[in-house]
Design a protein around this ligand. Structure first.
Ligand code: GTP
Ligand code: MG
Length: 195
């Protein structure tokens, strides 16, 4: 999709605030600082519309970005961020879990992992959890501009093995710097939207 029109509809802290339209929704999940907001910006052709930061824990609400009056991207707070209090983490956890398991409009989830490292235990748990709930999931290994081209196959193998991906198509390499992988990710999204 060529995106021209985008709007931050709501930064929600409560399900009552979620948009009431029936637009299909795609949520982005992953560890704090992995690059969820950066991927959102690349997909919507904006520089810093979704606020990014080198400090983890930047996104603290469910941010609904309306795209082309057709769909929403949901930028979700990251997991595994130690500086957020336990209470806060539990609150995020519940909010995210409730959203992912009950939201009718949700068509799929993009789980980001850091392409430079092996998936963490949290990454693995998240993926297993999404599989358990039968939520269609694309895994995106990001920051691959920081990975030597000769090491990319190793990244693919490590992520595929650690997450036990059912198919090689369930993984996409991406860089918010070079934008490599953007078109493939859009293809997956459009397929999930039934286009
Ligand atoms: N080199 C490189 N840096 C990236 C890439 N994607 C994100 N970053 C950097 O990683 C940092 C975190 O990016 P964000 O997009 O804010 O991460 P996030 O997952 O939204 O983080 P939280 O909101 O804290 O959960 C920023 O400094 C980004 O510039 C990438 O593909 N390549
Ligand atoms: Mg963010």
């Amino acid at each position: 999709m060529e995106v021209h029109n985008v709007d931050l509809t709501i930064s929600a802290v409560d399900p009552k605030q979620y948009p009431s339209t029936n637009y299909p929704e795609i949520a982005l999940v992953g560890r704090s600082n992995v690059g969820k907001s950066s991927l959102t910006n690349v997909l919507i052709n904006r520089r810093n519309f979704a606020h990014t930061s080198s400090q983890p824990g930047k996104t603290q609400t469910l941010n609904f970005y309306e795209v082309e009056h057709q769909m929403y991207f949901i930028d979700v707070p990251g997991y595994g961020y130690a500086k957020v209090s336990k209470k806060e983490r539990e609150r995020f956890g519940q909010m995210i879990e409730e959203y992912l398991t009950t939201r009718q409009q949700l068509r799929g989830v993009i789980e980001l992992v850091d392409g430079r490292h092996k998936p963490s235990d949290d990454d693995i748990s998240m993926y297993q959890w999404l599989r358990y709930y039968n939520i269609p999931t694309l895994v995106v290994a990001t920051k691959i501009d920081k990975v030597k081209p000769s090491a990319l196959n190793r990244t693919i193998n490590e992520v595929s093995r650690a997450l036990e991906l059912p198919s090689p198509d369930d993984l996409q390499l991406f860089s918010a710097v070079s934008k490599q992988g953007k078109d493939k990710i859009w293809q997956w999204i459009e397929q999930r939207m039934g286009k």
